[in-house]
Design a protein around this ligand. Structure first.
Ligand SMILES: [Ca+2]
Length: 289
C-alpha cells in the first residue's frame, strides 16, 4: 500500500499537488477529516474516543497466574497462563479464584492466548510455533497445529481465528489448515499500533490489550482503525481490596513490570467484560457505558 501511494505521489504533477494543497487547507479550515482522506489519498484518522465503564464486581484471581488469555465459555472463565514450567490451561472457580480444572503444558512450552471456536479451545504458544487444541467441555487435548509466527493473543469471529504476534498486525486464520487469509495493520491517528496482545471480539469489534500500556483498544475489524480506548491507568490500585506489596517484594522489578493489564473476556449474555492482569489479585467485571 505504501509503495503504491508513493508511486502515485511521484506521478503527480505540480498542478495536482497545488490542487491537493488547496483542498488540504480548505479541509483543515472546516475540520472535515474525511475530505482530506478523499482528496489527497492520505488517510488521517480521528483520535480515538475514550470509552468509560463501571466496575460491577471483583473476583479473586491467583496471584501466580501469568495471564495470557481469558475467555468466557460455558458459564465460567477459561484462562491460559504463560512462563516456562508454569504454563497451563485452566477453568476458573470464580468464587475462589482457584482452578476447578487445569491442564499443564510441557515445561518447554510458554503458553499464550486462548479462544473457543466450535467447541474447541485454541491455545497459542509464544515462540514454540505450536497451537494446542482442546475439547472445550472436557479440556482433553485433541492435538496440535503449527503456527509460523509468534503467538500472543487470539480470538475469533465465529469462523476465523484472529491472532496477534506482538506487532501491529492481526492475522485472520482459517482454523483447519491454520492458513492466513488476511493480515490487518492496526493504526490510530499517530500511526501503527504495535505490541498487540490479548484479544477479544465483542459485538463485532476487536478489543485488544497492548503490552505495557494501561488501556484496551477498540478496533474496527474491517480496516484496522483504532476507534476508541478504554483507560485503565492506575486501575488495580484504585479498585483492589488486596494488599499489593507482594508485587514489589525483593526489589523484583521484573515482577513489577510483569504485572501488566492483560486478559479480556466477554460475557455476551450479561454484556459484561472480565478484565485482569498478569499476577493481579482480582479479576474485575466491568460494563461499558
Ligand atoms: Ca480474550
Amino acid at each position: 500500500m505504501l509503495s503504491e501511494k508513493n508511486d502515485k505521489r511521484h506521478k503527480s504533477s505540480f498542478a495536482i499537488m497545488h490542487v491537493a494543497m488547496a483542498v488540504f487547507i480548505l479541509a483543515s479550515c472546516n475540520n472535515d477529516e474525511n475530505k482530506i482522506e478523499d482528496n489527497v489519498n492520505e488517510p488521517v484518522l480521528p483520535a480515538p474516543q475514550n470509552l468509560s465503564y463501571n466496575v460491577i464486581k471483583a473476583y479473586p484471581h491467583d496471584t501466580a497466574a501469568f495471564t495470557q488469555g481469558l475467555e468466557w465459555h460455558g458459564g465460567t472463565l477459561l484462562e491460559s497462563t504463560g512462563l516456562y514450567g508454569k504454563s497451563m490451561l485452566r477453568q476458573l472457580d470464580l468464587t475462589t479464584g482457584k482452578p476447578s480444572r487445569q491442564i499443564k503444558n510441557d515445561k518447554e512450552i510458554f503458553a499464550e492466548g486462548i479462544t473457543v471456536l466450535r467447541d474447541t479451545v485454541y491455545q497459542l504458544s509464544w515462540e514454540n510455533h505450536l497451537v494446542f487444541l482442546y475439547d472445550a467441555k472436557s479440556l482433553k487435548l485433541l492435538g496440535t497445529k503449527n503456527w509460523s509466527y509468534q503467538g500472543w493473543g487470539i480470538t475469533n469471529n465465529g469462523n476465523t481465528l484472529i491472532i496477534s504476534d506482538g506487532s501491529d498486525k492481526l492475522y485472520f486464520v482459517e482454523p483447519n489448515a491454520m492458513q492466513v487469509k488476511n493480515i490487518l495493520s492496526i493504526k490510530d491517528h499517530m500511526g501503527p499500533v504495535n505490541n498487540l496482545n490479548e484479544l477479544e471480539m465483542i459485538e463485532g469489534y476487536l478489543y485488544a490489550n497492548r503490552w505495557q500500556y494501561d488501556y484496551i483498544l477498540k478496533i474496527d475489524p474491517n480496516n484496522g482503525n483504532v476507534l476508541a480506548t478504554i483507560d485503565f491507568t492506575d486501575f488495580l490500585r484504585k479498585n483492589t481490596q488486596s494488599d499489593l506489596s507482594y508485587l514489589s517484594q525483593n526489589n523484583s522489578t521484573a515482577q513489577i513490570n510483569g504485572a501488566v493489564l492483560n486478559g479480556i473476556a466477554y460475557n455476551a449474555d450479561k454484556k459484561t467484560i472480565f478484565i485482569t492482569g498478569k499476577l493481579w489479585p482480582e479479576i474485575f467485571e466491568i460494563k461499558l457505558q
